[in-house]
Design a protein around this ligand. Sequence first.
Ligand SMILES: NC(=O)c1ccc[n+]([C@@H]2O[C@H](COP(=O)([O-])OP(=O)(O)OC[C@H]3O[C@@H](n4cnc5c(N)ncnc54)[C@H](OP(=O)(O)O)[C@@H]3O)[C@@H](O)[C@H]2O)c1
Length: 306
Amino acid sequence: MLAWTKDSGALGGLTLTEVPDPVPRHDELVVRVDAFAPNPGDLAGLRELPGGAVPGWDGSGVVISPAADGEGPRAGERVIFLSLDAAGWAECRAVPHSMTARATSAISAEHLATLPVPATSALRGVRRLGSVLGRRVLIVGATGAVGRVAVQLASRSGAYVIAVARDAGRHADLRRLGASETHRSVESVRGRVHGALDLVGGEQLVAAYRLLDAGGTVIALGHSAGADEVFPYGAFVADPSTANRSVTSFFLGAEPDLVPDMTYLAADRDLDVGPLDIRQWTELGDWVAAGGPRSGGRVVFRVERA
Ligand SMILES: NC(=O)c1ccc[n+]([C@@H]2O[C@H](COP(=O)([O-])OP(=O)(O)OC[C@H]3O[C@@H](n4cnc5c(N)ncnc54)[C@H](OP(=O)(O)O)[C@@H]3O)[C@@H](O)[C@H]2O)c1
């Protein structure tokens, strides 16, 4: 089969080449990959991969052969999948059934491909805040793949959603998705919040922590700013109104039992993943070499076979 492999000598560090078909473990099924949408973590992780490795965490496709242990989707079923053991930028991949969810054929392969890592992370992040019904929830980095879904899920769950995105031109869209307030920076948010999902890090995370109610939590899910988080002296000195606040880290790979949540997301025709910039997968190497530029929404690669 064809796959993109790590090749330090190639432009962008990737070559589309012939590799052996995947050999599944007993708990893995083999999927024909139809589409994938690179995540920031996929791109950041390229540097660490050894030569010849196939990158790519997630995507959508159709099961070619079910898992030998009899669990999970059957041959011919449409699925979404994720595995942080990369291998997805290929015509086929092996993936554990514990990371594979049935998907409806009523949703396009390209839309489905945007879901596994970001939407599942958004769902788990929002859920970790506990009941948000009637509570103020801050989402920082709301225009990204995770943030966009988090705004919708928190709003559906009854939260008063405060969305922070540096591009004010996209605030109207965030309000349409369910945000009650929009800001360009956490600094301009007034009033306390029950919890926050932070996709940006740096000063925005520190500012989000300052806004927490007693007992509130910032989920430090993303680190897009690539900046230090410096808490001033006194940030953790508490009084009754600021007691028991916390910042907690998050790692999707450590989250248990993802299939029911992935199945929920893959069946959700109302989830708005934004505009998709759909390209042929043969263009992936050039796109990575150019730094993974985005202008018209999430970039999705469609795997066309000869
Ligand atoms: N911990 C985990 O398990 C896990 C799982 C999934 C994702 N993540 C991480 O979560 C983060 C978001 O992922 P994603 O897929 O949503 O990425 P994304 O689509 O690239 O979105 C990134 C978001 O951060 C904003 N942003 C980037 N740099 C910024 C800066 N310097 N100041 C303010 N805002 C900034 C972007 O704003 P613009 O739209 O204006 O560019 C966008 O809203 C990434 O760091 C990713 O690696 C972690």
